[in-house]
Design a protein around this ligand. Structure first.
Ligand code: AR6
Length: 179
């Protein structure tokens, strides 16, 4: 599914974020930025050991913030590392922290003159954020950003598996219906 926001494209695809040919991909990292499981592990494996070397120089990343590195062996030239909330730990702050992770990732993307970026579904694996709620926040934050910034031409959500794709598709249709 795809929609146009201003002059930009917002896309939902089912697939693997590490394989995307957008200029940047986003990593669902942890505050150390030193790797982990899930998408983080897959990105480090695909990018090769130089990614970890560069991550070691960054001094970590706070929840809700984002930092950029090169993409090394990935097709993407850049990786934007963000840290989403841990659902049970962060309680009522989780909504704002998840929105912030997406917003800061888009800001860092813009600041580096990157025109296309792929996101995984942040916080919905190890960090336990319920998928339906996370999808609505992710999509609304991306739409708000594209409505007020014109420099990013493509934001792609790369959803791992059919169920995740369907949850995001339903959430996007609901947001569009209420506009
Ligand atoms: N491409 C796209 N999505 C994927 C991929 C992939 N290759 N692999 C998994 N997913 P998670 P989090 C989906 O746990 O919840 C790490 O250890 C997966 O199905 O990767 O933000 C970090 O170091 C799920 O829907 O990220 C942190 O410690 C979504 O990506 C912690 O996990 C996110 O799952 C971060 O947890």
């Amino acid at each position: 599914m795809q929609v146009t926001i201003n002059q930009s494209r917002l896309e939902l695809v089912e697939g693997d974020v590490t394989a995307q040919d957008t200029e940047a991909i986003v990593n669902a990292a942890n505050p150390t930025l030193l790797g982990g499981g899930g998408v983080d592990g897959a990105i480090h494996r695909a990018a090769g050991p130089q990614l970890l070397e560069e991550c070691r120089t960054l001094g970590g990343c706070q929840t809700g913030d984002a930092k950029i590195t090169k993409g090394y062996r990935l097709k993407a030239k850049h990786v934007v590392h963000t840290v989403g909330p841990v659902y049970r730990r962060d309680g009522e702050r989780a909504v704002e922290l998840l929105a912030s992770a997406y917003r800061r990732s888009l800001e860092v993307t813009s600041e580096n003159n990157v025109r296309s970026v792929s996101f995984p579904s942040i916080s919905t694996g190890a960090y336990g954020y319920p998928m339906e709620e996370a999808a609505a926040i992710a999509l609304q934050t991306a739409i708000n950003y594209l409505e007020s910034h014109t420099d990013i031409e493509l934001v792609r959500f790369v959803l791992f598996g059919r169920r995740t794709y369907q949850v995001y598709e339903k959430a996007l249709k609901e947001i569009l219906a209420h506009d």
